[in-house]
Ligand binder design. Structure first.
Ligand SMILES: [Zn+2]
Length: 420
């Protein structure tokens, strides 16, 4: 049975640091436990012993209260945070992968591990306050209260402040694990950053990604190698490409774009096609959960009830349904942006291939299946023209990230790709 860090692909240094921290955390608990036994069941003494235990929680001791996992998308930020959470809850303090602490954490059911996965574009202050409040309680399993915040870069300012307060004055047994693309002030506030230990993850090499696809997912080696290269170090994306024919079809459509750009009209057509494909992909991913959520909320609200009090319930229900719709719309927008961003990353890979070929750089192409086409582009555009096109794709991603309307950004990009 592999331990909880086994899925963290190509991140050897981070794993060493996290193992050391988990061991230090376990030592803190052991020290605390001995002191508690020695002091007897008097609550005042128990509190003092608790303070002594947390006194060991300084960075030099290998363990600290707040962590930030950074790295490019797909590098495994949230995988690392969850694995570390499991190691903290592991009865052996190692993340063995077998004990109840490890299993329930990895399965998402541990009572002392709270996971915030933002579905919309931001994490609001209400959600954060509730979370901070619950995180301050004594861990029911006797180890740690762990709060994992995925995409901490999506915290609103007010939510960030609520979190900062908790990190500045941490409850004795609470550990915050934040995930963000980087420690740039755009992603995480300087004040939060200054209170956290940073664990930088790198883009895992394609060979490591392919290896894990073969080992864990039973994917054929040649398919795994192709998918790992095409996904550019994004483990989840590589797995989807290897397994899901729809994902492969969408990727092929994106990679057909450079061929299709034969004029202004074609550029606008290509922009529409890309936007609509992202919308369709996003819709497929959220429709099912939207319907289930609405149905369960309606059931909970007793829709169709005719008894006394039903009309009052319906008035309250309208507000809750509206709230749900708002949340679902926010999630749909996020899903669309994510789908579009994946398409842009694929497209950037194509122009990167053209650029490296024009420069005769000794690196393997990202997209082996369109390598010939990229080679033709390299001849036609030369390094300079290839670079301009690559930059147009990256500028489009940046514009969408800065809230430019996706259609406008994509149209501008397609025109730039056509004109060169
Ligand atoms: Zn364990």
């Amino acid at each position: 049975m592999p331990d909880v860090f086994a899925d963290l692909v190509g991140q050897d240094e981070a794993v060493v640091e996290l193992r050391r921290a988990a061991a230090a955390a376990a030592a803190v608990l052991r020290a605390g436990a001995t002191a508690l036994v020695a002091a007897g069941p008097v609550s005042g003494d128990a509190l003092a012993a608790d303070d002594a235990a947390t006194g060991a929680l300084d960075p030099s001791a290998g363990m600290t209260h707040a962590w930030i996992f950074t790295g490019p998308p797909g590098s495994g930020r949230s995988v690392a945070a969850r694995a570390f959470a499991a190691a903290l809850q592991c009865v052996h303090g190692t993340g063995c992968g077998e004990c109840p602490g490890c299993r329930t954490t990895m399965g998402g059911t541990h009572a002392d591990v709270r996971l915030v996965v933002p579905e919309g574009l931001s994490i609001g202050v209400g959600e954060m306050r509730a979370l901070v409040l619950r995180a301050a309680s004594t861990p029911s399993g006797g180890r740690w209260q762990v709060v994992v915040i995925e995409d901490a870069d999506r915290l609103t300012e007010a939510a960030g402040n609520a979190l900062l307060k908790a990190i500045e004055e941490p409850p004795p047994r609470t550990v915050f694990l934040l995930c963000a693309p980087s420690t740039h002030p755009d992603d995480i506030s300087v004040t939060i950053r200054s209170r956290c230990r940073v664990v930088p993850l790198r883009q895992p090499p394609a060979t490591a990604v392919a290896e894990v696809l073969v080992r864990r997912d039973g994917i054929a080696p040649d398919v795994a190698q192709w998918a790992a290269a095409a996904a550019q170090g994004h483990v989840g994306r590589a797995r989807r490409l290897a397994r899901d024919p729809e994902a492969r079809k969408r990727r092929e459509a994106v990679l057909a774009v450079p061929r299709r750009l034969t004029g202004v009209g074609a550029a606008f057509d290509a922009a529409s096609a890309l936007i609509e494909a992202a919308e369709a992909e996003a819709e497929a991913s959220v429709t099912e959960s939207d319907t289930t959520e609405r149905a369960s909320l309606e059931t909970a609200l007793g829709a169709g009830g005719t008894g006394r009090g039903a009309s009052g319930a319906i008035r309250g229900a309208a507000g809750q349904l509206k709230e749900l719709e708002k949340r679902q719309k926010s999630r749909a927008t996020r899903a669309q942006r994510d789908a579009l961003d994946r398409a842009l990353v694929d497209l950037a890979g194509f122009y990167r291939d053209a650029l490296t070929m024009a420069l005769r750089a000794p690196v393997a192409p990202v997209h082996t299946d369109t390598a010939a086409l990229a080679g033709a582009g390299a001849q036609k555009w030369d390094a300079e023209g290839s670079l301009r096109r690559l930059e147009a794709v990256l500028a489009c991603r940046a514009a969408i990230e800065a809230n430019v309307k996706p259609r406008i950004a994509v149209e501008a990009m397609m025109l730039a790709l056509w004109k060169g």
